[in-house]
Write a protein that binds this ligand. Structure first.
Ligand SMILES: O=C1O[C@H]([C@@H](O)CO)C(O)=C1O
Length: 633
């Protein structure tokens, strides 16, 4: 709320709340206790931008007599008025020098900030983001990850699927409804702009008349990321080159945009990057992100991962975390000491600051699923009033060993919907597609393919090609619903498999129930299969089950969880295995379904789902202009 430039609600709220506190008449002795409490709670609101604190403040006020009830009504009025408001942001995107892990490089930034500014709104609000592209020679788009864009699929922000990239010098206005309270993020969705620095939190609060299912005293929000010193442009070029040059393991892991590169790891022959001069703890540039807590209090920690490559594992040293939400949906709470977070996912966890209050603790993040070559990313859990510079003397937290897949699968299977709060899936589907993801060599280029098609973007956005029936953009033959039969997922495929480039679209009957089984396999490297987090735009899906080998409908279909599967927008498929997803194709638009590992989508690991395109109104002119869309402006 406080971030909303031009948003009058915060000022209104502040005015109303301070007058109500005054009206409580702190001079009346009997009310003094309440007054103090209310004042304190409202302070939290001011500091923490936290509507929940406001809710609690109001509950406290309820205990008062008529004066207080009057005040409560006043605050309520303002808050209710504030519902379904328009929350506006004005952004300028440009390059910037920054040293997130103490080593300076060129990054992409919104309004000179890294990570980009937090968007905060109330369920039902309309968020309006006016983006001006000041990057001298590069288009840009923003994807609002987890937002469904019902009625506004052209503002989903996927380059060449839902819109033309915003050209240098142009201004584009996104406008969409935030339909569900929870923890989300947004990011650039063109090339590797997310990895280049374009991402930030998107937090949707419950309206004042809805109560959160769990209680807590304060909240913090962090986004996790992996970080390279090589520019994203050089990384992209490497991926497209013959011979192939992979991006490799990241140099650092970042928590809320902060990390610390281990300069001492540089080989003697490699000159230290200039930033390494500042690579010591006393440099403010190298200060880790700090999560302040008051001993004894319980916190809601909002965690998201926008990692480019790495699957991550998050630890709050010595603190149990109770996981209560996944991707903005309620789950059956469960306790963990370390939490796997795949790129594209968010979690809300509760923890209590119940450890020895004389110390601070590490928040740590490690790589899972790939043989890591990156030190633990660290932030400081600061027990107030200890100084934030009081670094823990304990070693960085240790996660399960990277290739302990069984532990990851077990944790994924623990995530179940909170019954009664999330709808159960339809009992059966109208259509099943099985998508086999393979690594392939196509004319000497290393690529990923789905049922033998490696996705390439065309210059005309898919949504426009479908809406205006523009020929020559999407593949004229629909992509196959099934891979070749009995594919041996454990075999190293010969480099000359029959994969090819394409721009396929799976078109679904509007309102139909679709099962998607994503099948993993061995890569082109012997005895290697990787984790891929699969993300669907425009919908959440039920995660019906996981398997460890080739999907066999005769045996596996019967094992699907139709009682309490979690509802999510991103789910991991584990090495050699499959993941089964069910969704209702009821949101007119064209929606990418892709691996959230940025280099993998870049290498073709994605496709497009579409439904109900004829239900769409004319596409806004600002989303068009590229490729063959000019005549439809
Ligand atoms: O897409 C990828 O390519 C490399 C490797 O498979 C080939 O170099 C890797 O680890 C990926 O995730």
């Amino acid at each position: 709320l406080t971030n909303g430039a031009g948003d009058k609600r915060w000022t209104q709220f502040q005015a109303a709340s301070s007058s109500s506190v005054q009206a409580l008449s702190c001079s009346a002795r009997s009310k003094r206790r309440w007054c103090l409490k209310v004042t304190r709670q409202l302070k939290i609101c001011e500091l923490g931008q936290d509507l929940v604190a406001l809710n609690r403040a109001m509950k406290t006020v309820k205990g008062c007599t008529s004066v207080a009830v009057g005040c409560l009504a006043l605050v309520m009025m303002v808050v209710l008025q504030a519902e379904a408001a328009v929350v506006k942001y004005d952004w300028t995107v440009d390059y910037m020098f920054a040293a997130p892990d103490c080593v300076e490089k060129q990054i992409l930034a919104v309004n000179g900030q890294y990570p980009s500014p937090t968007i905060r709104a109330v369920e039902g609000d309309t968020v309006v983001v006016r983006v001006t592209n000041r990057i001298p020679s590069e288009g840009v788009v923003f994807h609002w990850h987890g937002m469904h864009q019902r009625g506004t699929p052209f503002y989903d922000g996927a380059a060449y699927v839902s819109q033309c990239p915003i050209n240098p010098g142009e201004t584009f206005t996104y406008s969409f409804k935030v339909d569900r309270a929870g923890t989300y993020f947004y990011h650039g969705h063109f090339g590797m702009q997310r990895s280049g620095g374009l991402y930030g939190s998107l937090i949707v609060d419950l309206p004042a008349n809805k109560k959160e299912l769990f209680s807590y005293d304060g909240e913090h929000s962090i986004v996790l990321n992996d970080w390279w010193h090589k520019s994203i442009y050089e990384q992209e070029l490497g991926l497209n080159s013959i011979p192939f040059r992979f991006v490799g393991e990241p140099q650092s892991l970042l928590i809320q945009g902060r990390g610390k590169y281990n300069c001492s790891k540089l080989p003697e022959t490699v000159p230290a990057p200039p930033g390494c001069l500042t690579c010591n703890a006393s440099s403010p540039k190298c200060a880790p992100h700090v999560i302040p807590v008051t001993p004894g209090k319980t916190y809601r920690l909002r965690i998201g991962s926008v990692a480019s490559l790495s699957s991550l594992n998050f630890i709050l040293e010595g603190h149990k975390m109770t996981v209560v939400m996944a991707d903005g949906r309620y789950i059956k709470p469960f306790d963990v000491y370390n939490l796997d977070v795949y790129s594209g996912q968010t979690y809300d966890v509760l923890f209590t600051a119940n450890q020895d209050a004389s110390k601070n603790y590490w928040a740590g993040v490690n790589v899972r699923g790939r043989n890591p070559n990156t030190p633990t990313g660290l932030a400081v859990l600061q027990y107030l009033p200890n100084s934030e510079t009081l670094l823990p003397t304990t070693p960085p937290p240790v996660s399960p060993v990277w290739n302990d897949t069984a532990t990851s699968i077990a944790q994924a299977k623990q995530i179940l919907a909170k019954v009664g709060y999330e709808a159960a899936p339809p009992k059966r589907s109208d259509r099943t597609i099985v998508i086999l993801g393979t690594q392939n060599n196509i004319s000497g280029n290393l690529k990923w393919a789905l049922n033998n098609i490696s996705y390439v973007h065309q210059a005309t956005p898919v949504i426009a090609a479908l809406k205006y029936k523009i020929k020559g953009v999407i593949d004229s033959t629909p992509p196959p619903d099934f891979p070749v039969q009995n594919y041996n997922v454990f075999d190293k495929p010969t480099p000359s498999t029959s994969a090819n480039y394409g721009s396929p679209v799976y078109v679904f009957k509007k309102g139909s129930v679709v099962d998607v089984i994503v099948q993993n396999a061995n890569t082109l490297t012997v005895n290697n299969s990787e984790i891929h987090p699969w993300h669907l735009h425009g919908h959440d899906f039920w995660v019906l089950g996981y398997g460890k080998e080739l999907y066999n409908p005769a045996k596996d279909y019967a094992t699907f969880n139709l009682v309490d599967p979690p509802v999510r927008n991103t789910a991991a498929v584990f090495p050699y295995g499959w993941v089964a997803l069910r969704f209702v194709a009821d949101n007119p638009g064209a929606w990418p379904f892709h691996c959230h590992i940025e280099p993998h989508f870049h290498m073709g690991m994605g496709t497009v789902f579409a439904e109900g395109i004829h239900n769409l109104p004319r596409l806004p002119a600002q989303t068009l202009g590229c490729g063959l869309t000019k005549q439809h402006l």
